[in-house]
Design a protein around this ligand. Structure first.
Ligand code: BTN
Length: 262
């Protein structure tokens, strides 16, 4: 088992020519990397946090994110970005694309797909999830925490992380990964994608996203605080909103929620 090592992550980031000023916190154990960053009083542009284990790892909708020691990636980044809240539509899809791109750099060429809006899937099993939290918007800057849980070295044949079908990079490839290198790649690609996203909008990512759309043409139900809506998933529009065609042929555009397949 290769443990997390902040010196190694710094060195990888230097090798990758990462120029943005940042602060990195690497913990053996923490309640939640997202919570840690949210609690920091900060004016920093970028603060990063990863941990070997989370004792209160958080998923979406108040769920728990199982985070055993030394095996997977529990990573969060708090970005202060120039922009406005209304520009964030489609953000989770862009984060998903950044995760796929960084995993590909480690010669994983399997079809990893994004289940709108926040989940990474491989062969109908969840590989990872994204939890984005907004800390505030002030004077044209947005302060967000992006949390990523990626199952890396936990084997689904010997461990139990979730009651729902799940998998890890180890399951996919049969190989154990050095999480330090993966995290460094993720930071660089994610930072680059975020810059591009704020400058040019979701539109520039749309065609890449269509290639990894897990729900495409499936009959799904989306639940959110407004209720439930069922229809055929027809990809996303230029704003990253899910296009859902109901039985009457009416198209609905959905910004958030949880999708379940029939
Ligand atoms: C989900 O699929 O429900 C989202 C899971 C997000 C988990 C990550 S692990 C790192 C960060 N810290 C947390 O407490 N949660 C996110």
């Amino acid at each position: 088992m290769i443990l997390l090592n902040s010196d190694k992550i710094h060195a990888h980031l230097a090798d990758l020519n990462f120029k943005k000023p940042y602060e990195l916190h690497c913990f053996p154990t923490i309640d939640s990397t997202n919570q840690f960053l949210n609690n920091l009083p900060t004016n920093q542009q970028l603060i990063l946090c990863c941990a070997e284990e989370q004792t209160a790892g958080r998923g979406r909708f108040g769920r728990q994110w199982n985070s055993p020691f030394g095996e997977n990636i529990y990573f969060s980044g708090r970005w202060r970005l120039a922009g406005h809240l209304k520009q964030l539509s489609g953000l989770s899809l862009v984060v998903g694309l950044a995760i796929i791109e960084s995993v590909k750099k480690h010669t994983i060429n399997e079809a990893i797909l994004i289940k709108w809006p926040n989940d990474l899937f491989w062969q109908d099993k969840k590989l990872g999830g994204i939890l984005i939290e907004l800390n505030g918007e002030l004077h044209g800057t947005i302060d967000i925490t992006i949390g990523i849980g990626l199952n890396v070295n936990t084997s689904s044949t010997t461990s139990h992380l979730s009651d729902k079908p799940w998998c890890s990079l180890l399951d996919i490839t049969g190989i154990s990964f050095d999480r330090n290198a993966l995290i460094a790649d993720l930071i660089v690609i994610l930072n680059h994608y975020l810059d591009q996203f704020l400058k040019l909008g979701f539109e520039t990512f749309k065609s890449a996203w269509e290639k990894v759309d897990y729900l495409k043409n499936q009959w799904i139900t989306v639940s959110n605080p407004n209720g439930k809506l069922s229809g055929y998933a027809q990809g996303v529009n230029e704003q990253g909103l899910l296009c859902l065609k109901d039985n009457q042929g009416t198209m609905h555009y959905v910004s958030a929620g949880e999708a379940t397949l029939r």
